[in-house]
Design a protein around this ligand. Structure first.
Ligand code: FES
Length: 191
């Protein structure tokens, strides 16, 4: 089975978890291009006008889930605590756009955009925004993402924790703002 199909199947298998999130938050997707163009990798536009603080939405780009998270101040503050616990805190590894190479891994500090596919073997991590023991991860969990396949954990900037199977931070896809509440995923005007 080719890698792309495997990833799609794994994402589909994980869609139950994603659906839980989608029920609580907006699932606003604007599929401007035709279905055929989209399948070929055309950019997709996301309307984040209804995405409240602490919420996350998912759009599909190139058959992959792309998460958009509106991080609260507390969520952003947690990144300072996780800085020493993640394996690539500055996103120095290649394959990351320049705007992922800062402390929030984002163009706007509060808005995180990341491909929701684990960099280990392609499962879809689960959102774990609850902190502490309530998360089911650990008593001092600061919020982030958990991959159920082999236990990789990521912080709220998609940075992978040290000593986990996933080798890299979650991918930040090329993207840019068309307006304050409109993001174009798949085109940052630089490629
Ligand atoms: S696929 Fe995520 S930890 Fe293995």
């Amino acid at each position: 089975m080719d890698c792309g199909r495997r990833r799609l199947l794994l994402w589909t298998a994980g869609a139950g978890g994603a659906a839980t999130v989608a029920a609580a938050v907006p699932f606003a997707v604007s599929f401007t291009p035709s279905e055929r163009a989209k399948a070929a990798g055309a950019p997709v536009e996301a309307d984040i006008s209804k995405l409240g603080p602490g919420q996350m939405m998912t759009v599909e780009w190139r058959g992959k889930p792309v998460w958009i998270i509106n991080r609260t101040k507390e969520m952003l503050d947690s990144l300072r605590k996780t800085d020493g616990e993640v394996s690539d805190p500055k996103s120095d590894k290649p394959m990351q756009p320049d705007y992922a190479k800062n402390e929030t891994r984002s163009i706007k500090p509060e808005i995180m955009v990341a491909v929701g596919i684990c960099t280990h073997l392609g499962c879809s991590p689960t959102e774990k925004f609850k902190t502490g023991a309530e998360s089911g991860i650990s008593p001092d969990w600061p919020g982030g993402f958990f991959c159920p396949c082999h236990g990789s954990t990521f912080d709220l900037a998609g940075r992978v924790y040290k000593s986990k199977p996933a080798p890299d931070n979650l991918e930040v896809p090329p993207h840019k703002y068309l307006a304050d509440t409109r993001i174009l995923i798949g085109d940052d005007g630089k490629a």
